[in-house]
Design a protein around this ligand. Structure first.
Ligand SMILES: Nc1nc2c(ncn2[C@@H]2O[C@H](COP(=O)(O)OP(=O)(O)OP(=O)(O)O)[C@@H](O)[C@H]2O)c(=O)[nH]1
Ligand SMILES: [Mg+2]
Length: 562
């Protein structure tokens, strides 16, 4: 990876669709032997990969940490503009206009860099609950999560929800207590809070020297040494770090050091040492302290990822059968994103590679349709910046350009067919009818709505009654509507008006349910693009009374409620 200054060199114009249909080439002995070589290579390459998501409640510092990690890995020469006066407006992962305007992450962003000969695939996720579906999709594509906790706020509701998703999926979690440079909670209280509220055993790898707001450095629990941090100018360059012995630390920091030793001894006495098996089984979480904005503790985290986080392993397919790392190439789409490059109006499908070796230009099969695709334009993505990649391995996140036929959850493979489990959609709780403000721009309107649907920015529902001109947008949180509105106006040149509907919950139904629900008050049946029919209700009481009245129709809860 040569840095973020390289701009999308290999993006071609709109006209060519690089994922076009091609003929499948029969395997020759030479091709088979090459394939075997690639297979053994994929195992070695997978071992040197770590793929993780940074997750937390809003504003905990995920995008800042993402930037700092990449900076430490020397992807960026200088993060100067990033943490300047106006805060995170320039973080590489917050690349959308609307993200920069508001200073929040709306969509997840992938980055790849090399550290200590390990290839790190990092996905920064949005913290706001309204975008949790995006975060959920990302969690299906990574092997570990770095969970940020704000030193002053502790575990917030959204943090708890994400913890539960990770636990449910058995995703190992590394906890970073961030913002230790600012006044915050007591360190032992924070440990208790993690344990009591998540059920995970916190296993501190380092311990802060100095209370929150007086961050001097950390005690490295594995060596007992002191890592003293030195504040640099605005945190814009890699923070300098001094390595001192315990004696030197005591002489320098006095009481603050002694307190850190005492507290950390206390924690160790309770049996809270690092537990590799517990970590991988998501029952224990390594904890460390840092300040993303000042680059404190960032190197420590990178080393922890390399040393402790799991490398990619075999993944279960939809039937629960493991797809081994050294099987032929397979991957699944966990995110679709358009509008990353306004000049090219292209659309990227982000895939997570699960097995084998990916070679740019290789012909893969789309498991839903069994159609062959040529992956001519594959890219490594750094926020908005991209470079073309030729090869990639299990654990890597690759962006396939103009993969127009690909949807979230789709599987790609070569040789041995496989289908990975679908990524469930959340149950929507907010509904609004969208109409083009300028009806002469209906084509743009339709294209925009379709795109937002493919990306999962909102779910798009239709009914014969309402017609195509007035689709219903469905969302987990109302901010999704704002994003849809903004993108319709700025990206697709078709400003929309949104009229909120008085529904607040959805159930899956079928054709019979649709027919029998017709005429019911405060109930409507709408179809999702994937064919699923949703019965939407004004509230829980209305649903209950319909259930009592029509007790034999299908009204199934939608999957995933975390
Ligand atoms: N004092 C202090 N401020 C920090 C630290 N890390 C991040 N911040 C600030 O906290 C604010 C939020 O940072 P972001 O990185 O955008 O937070 P986020 O978690 O990505 O937010 P969302 O993606 O919107 O959920 C910014 O103003 C950062 O400069 C830290 O370690 N110390
Ligand atoms: Mg962010």
């Amino acid at each position: 990876m040569s840095g973020v200054t390289i701009r999308a060199r290999n993006i071609e114009s709109d006209e060519c669709d690089p994922m076009s249909m091609t003929n499948v080439v029969p395997a020759t002995p030479r091709a088979l032997s090459a394939a075997r070589k690639a297979v053994s290579e994929s195992v070695g390459q997978a071992r040197r990969r770590r793929s993780f998501a940074v997750i937390s409640h809003p504003d905990a510092g995920k995008s800042t940490l993402t930037e700092a990690l990449a900076l430490h890995a020397r992807v960026m020469m200088r993060a100067g503009a990033v943490h300047a006066k106006d805060g995170r407006k320039g973080t590489v992962s917050d690349w959308m206009d609307i993200e920069r305007e508001r200073g929040i992450s709306i969509t997840s962003a992938a980055l790849q860099f090399t550290y200590r000969d390990t290839v790190i695939n990092l996905v920064d996720t949005p913290g706001h609950a309204d975008f949790s579906e995006d975060t959920y999709r990302v969690l299906s594509a990574v092997d570990a999560a770095v969970m940020l906790v704000d030193a002053a706020k502790g575990l917030e509701v959204q943090t708890m929800k994400l913890f539960e998703v990770c636990k449910h999926r058995n995703i190992p979690i590394i906890t970073v207590i961030n913002k230790w440079d600012r006044a915050g909670k007591d360190v032992l209280d924070l440990m208790d809070e993690i344990q009591e509220r998540t059920g995970l055993q916190p296993a501190p790898l380092n311990w802060p020297v100095g209370i929150a707001g007086d961050f001097r450095g950390v005690l490295d629990m594995s060596t007992g040494d002191y890592l003293k941090f030195t504040r640099t100018d605005g945190g814009a360059t890699v923070a300098t770090e001094e390595h001192l012995s315990a004696e030197a630390a005591e002489a320098l920091e006095g009481e603050a050091w002694r307190q850190a030793v005492e507290e950390s001894d206390l924690i160790v006495a309770t049996g809270a040492g690092h537990d590799p098996e517990g970590f991988l089984a998501a029952t224990s979480t390594p904890v460390m302290f840092g300040s993303a904005v000042l680059n404190f503790g960032v190197r420590f985290l990178l080393d922890t990822l390399v040393d402790l986080a799991p490398a990619p392993t075999a993944r279960p397919d939809a039937d629960g059968i493991l797809r081994e790392i050294d099987s032929p190439f397979s991957a699944f789409v966990f995110k679709v994103q358009a509008g990353m490059d306004v000049a090219h109006r292209d659309r990227l499908a982000f895939v997570r590679i699960c097995s084998g070796t990916f070679e740019r230009g290789m012909i893969v099969t789309h498991s839903g349709t069994n159609r062959p695709f040529a992956t001519k334009y594959a890219q490594q993505v750094m926020g908005r910046e991209r470079t073309s990649i030729d090869r990639a391995f299990p654990g890597d996140v690759v962006g396939l350009v103009n993969a127009n036929a690909l949807r979230v959850g789709d599987t790609l493979f070569v040789d041995e067919p496989v289908t990975f489990p679908p990524i469930p959609s959340f149950s929507p709780e907010h509904f609004a009818v969208a109409r083009a403000k300028d009806t002469s721009r209906y084509k743009q309107f339709r294209r925009g709505i379709e795109q937002l649907d493919h990306e999962g920015v909102v779910q798009v529902l239709r009914s014969d009654l309402r017609g195509d001109q007035a689709p219903v947008l469905a969302a987990v949180g109302p901010m999704q509507f704002e994003v849809a509105e903004h993108r319709m106006a700025h990206e697709f040149n078709s400003p929309v008006s949104l009229d909120r509907l008085g529904y607040s919950l959805a159930r899956r139904t079928d054709a019979e349910g649709r027919d029998r629900l017709r005429g019911q008050r405060a109930v409507e049946v709408l179809s999702r693009t994937d064919g699923v029919m949703l019965a939407v209700f004004s509230d829980r009481w209305r649903l209950q009374s319909v259930e009592r009245e029509l007790d034999d129709i299908l009204l199934a809860p939608l999957v995933v409620s975390v």
